[in-house]
Design a protein around this ligand. Structure first.
Ligand code: NDP
Ligand code: OXD
Length: 312
C-alpha cells in the first residue's frame, strides 16, 4: 500500500483526512506533526505551504499534490526536490467560483453599489446614471490561464470589453489577447478595471507596483485575487490617495490573516476579503488525487504538472 503524507496546519487536518479515508481507503494517510511515519515510506505528499526542508527529507517521494491552484507556497521551499513532479489542483468548480468572485467585484464597482450602500446608510435617495456602457468599459485580466480564461468569458458575456495578458498568445473568442513584456503597456493603457490572476513567480512578484499603476487609465480600479506577493501595498495606497486609481478589491495579502493594524482594513476605497474567492473542496480534491494516483501506479503519466523553472 502507498503512503500519503498530509502536510497542512493542524486545524485543517481532520477536514482533509476524512474525505481521503472515504475516497481512497487503500491509501495509508499520515499527518505531518500528528502521526508517526518513517520518511522512507512516504510516496506522496498533499500540501499547500509545507515547512521548508521537509520534502527533501523524503527519499522515495514520487509526487507532490498541491491543495490549491497556486503552487507558490510549495515552490517557496528553497530545498524543493525538483526531480519530484508537482501536480497542481485544476478544477472547474474552483475556476467557476473564482470567476464568480471577479464578476461580482466588477459589477459592484461598475454598478456603483458602494455609492448606494453609503447613500442608504445616510437615508439618501441618490439616483445616478452609469458612467459608461459595459461595451465601453475595458477590463484587463493579467493571466489568461484556467481561471483567467473562464473569468474573461463570463465578463465578455456580460458585454464588457475584455482583454487578457499572458506569456504566450491565447485565443479566446471575443477577448483580445496581449502577450509578453512588449505588449504589457498597451494592455494596461486600455484597462479601466484590472484583475490580477497570475501565478506568483519570480517574474510576477511585485508586478502590481507604481510603474504599472501609472500605465492604467485615470480612475482605473484594481482587483487582486491572485497572491499578496504580486502587490506593492504602499504603491497601491499612494496611487489611490493621489486620485489616479479609483479603488481596489483585495482577496490575498503578503501576510494572511491580514494584520489588524494594516491600513487596507480601514481605507475607504479598498475592499478586503479573507482569501475566500475560491476554496478547494476537500472531497473533490481527494477524488482528483485518487484518480491521478491510480493512473500513475498503472504506469500512466501525471497531468497538470508544474514547471519548477517557470514557477507555474
Ligand atoms: P494557470 O497556470 O492556468 O494560468 C496562469 C496564467 O498566467 C497563464 O495565462 C500564463 O501565461 C500567465 N503568466 C504566468 N507568468 C506570466 C508572465 N511572466 N507574464 C505573463 N503572463 C504570465 O493558473 P490558474 O489560472 O489556475 O491560477 C492563477 C492563480 O490564481 C493561481 O496561481 C493562484 O495564485 C490564484 N488563485 C487564487 C485563489 C483565491 O482564492 N484567491 C484561488 C485559486 C487560485 P501562459 O498562458 O502563456 O502560460
Ligand atoms: C489556490 C488558492 O491557489 O486557494 O487554490 O489560493
Amino acid at each position: 500500500m502507498s503512503m500519503l503524507l498530509l502536510v497542512v496546519p493542524a486545524r485543517w487536518a481532520p477536514v482533509w483526512r476524512a474525505p481521503l479515508a472515504d475516497i481512497v481507503p487503500d491509501l495509508i494517510v499520515r499527518v505531518e506533526g500528528q502521526d508517526d511515519y518513517a520518511s522512507g515510506d512516504v510516496d506522496y505528499v498533499l500540501t499547500f505551504r509545507p515547512p521548508h526542508g521537509l520534502l527533501t527529507t523524503l527519499p522515495n517521494l514520487k509526487a507532490v499534490f498541491s491543495l490549491g491552484a497556486g503552487v507558490d507556497g510549495i515552490l517557496a521551499d528553497p530545498d524543493y526536490p525538483r526531480h519530484v513532479p508537482l501536480v497542481r489542483f485544476v478544477d472547474r468548480t474552483l475556476s467557476r467560483e473564482m470567476a464568480q468572485y471577479c464578476v461580482m467585484q466588477v459589477l459592484m464597482h461598475y454598478r456603483m453599489q458602494r455609492v448606494f450602500d453609503r447613500a442608504q446608510s445616510e437615508h439618501k435617495w441618490r439616483q445616478a446614471l452609469l458612467p459608461k456602457r459595459a461595451e465601453d468599459t475595458r477590463i484587463g485580466i493579467l493571466g489568461l490561464g484556467e481561471i483567467g480564461t473562464l473569468t474573461a468569458e463570463r465578463l465578455r458575456d456580460l458585454d464588457f470589453n475584455v482583454a487578457g495578458w499572458s506569456r504566450t498568445r491565447r485565443e479566446v473568442r471575443g477577448v483580445q489577447s496581449f502577450a509578453g513584456e512588449d505588449e504589457l503597456a498597451a494592455f494596461l493603457n486600455r484597462s479601466d478595471i484590472l484583475i490580477c490572476l497570475l501565478p506568483l513567480t519570480p517574474e510576477t512578484r511585485g508586478i502590481l507596483d507604481a510603474k504599472l499603476f501609472a500605465q492604467l487609465p485615470e480612475d482605473a480600479f484594481v482587483i487582486n485575487v491572485a497572491r499578496g506577493g504580486h502587490l506593492v501595498d504602499d504603491d497601491l495606497i499612494a496611487a489611490i490617495d493621489s486620485g489616479h486609481l479609483s479603488g481596489a478589491t483585495l482577496d490575498v495579502f503578503h501576510t494572511e490573516p491580514l494584520p489588524e493594524t494594516h491600513p487596507f482594513w480601514s481605507h475607504p476605497k479598498i475592499t478586503v476579503t479573507p482569501h475566500i474567492a475560491a476554496i478547494s473542496e476537500p472531497r473533490v480534491a481527494a477524488q482528483y488525487l485518487a484518480d491521478r494516483i491510480a493512473l500513475f501506479e498503472q504506469g500512466e503519466g501525471l497531468d497538470n504538472i508544474v514547471d519548477p523553472e517557470r514557477g507555474y
